[in-house]
Design a protein around this ligand. Structure first.
Ligand SMILES: Nc1ncnc2c1ncn2[C@@H]1O[C@H](COP(=O)(O)OP(=O)(O)OP(=O)(O)O)[C@@H](O)[C@H]1O
Length: 205
């Protein structure tokens, strides 16, 4: 609520929170577990149990596809991103709640696995079906598409992919890098910088 008790309009808030409710997993159904959240018809309210009500900018139910999550929660941010604003998407939740599924990949789709043979070697490249792709592959594809469509501006794209797990770092673009070789420093502007984190750079011409 605003300072005078007025509701704050979504576009006025710097931080927006959306909740995604995942479906029960087969093993949960097998164990007779049941959904304990109820989503209000306006898709902004959620009731936990019978009497604990919460309000968010968006609530996505178990039937929402990866595409819907992306188009409702992330795609609108790309416009601001291309205007030079910083944009951050954070997935937060208890273990098994669906962060990895939502933000990154989803299950590996066997029909999308293909093989490429070259001389004596066979490389197997596993991919995920487009429908199942999470936020990162969708956002990356759209960013590169928008860059390609704009001939008037030169863009430089830098990408780093860092996992922090139990206080250990892993550079997911260069997994051989030891955790102790990845250093966190604060630069002279007060920004956090990771040293020795691989960046893939693409400059358009
Ligand atoms: N929306 C969804 N639809 C179908 N399955 C889902 C959905 N969200 C998550 N799952 C499944 O639920 C399981 C747990 O999800 P996931 O691994 O993404 O959780 P997590 O929050 O990343 O957990 P952790 O913090 O332990 O890494 C996985 O089997 C995943 O495929």
């Amino acid at each position: 609520m605003g300072s005078k008790g007025q509701p704050v309009r979504v576009e006025e808030t710097a931080v927006q929170v959306a909740v995604r409710v995942r479906p029960l997993l087969p093993k949960e159904v097998l164990h007779g577990q049941q959904t304990c959240v109820h989503i209000e018809p306006d898709q902004q309210g959620l009731t936990l149990g019978t009497n604990r009500h919460f309000h968010f900018q968006d609530v996505l139910d178990k039937a929402c596809s990866q595409e819907t999550v992306y188009s409702r929660c992330v795609q609108p941010l790309l416009e601001a991103f291309f205007q030079g604003f910083n944009v951050t998407v954070v997935a937060y939740g208890q273990t098994g709640s669906g962060k990895t599924y939502t933000i990154g990949e989803a299950s590996i789709c066997e029909s999308a696995v293909f093989t490429y043979s070259c001389s004596m070697s066979i490389f197997v490249v596993a991919s995920i079906s487009e429908d199942e792709q999470g936020i990162i592959p969708r956002a990356m594809a759209e960013i590169f598409k928008l860059v390609d469509e704009n001939d008037l501006i030169d863009y430089t794209i830098r990408v780093s992919y860092l996992e922090v797990y139990k206080e250990e770092f892993r550079d997911l673009l260069e997994v051989q890098t030891s955790s102790k070789d990845i250093l966190i420093r604060e630069d002279d502007k007060g920004s956090v910088a990771f040293l020795f984190l691989i960046k893939v750079i693409r400059v358009t011409d």
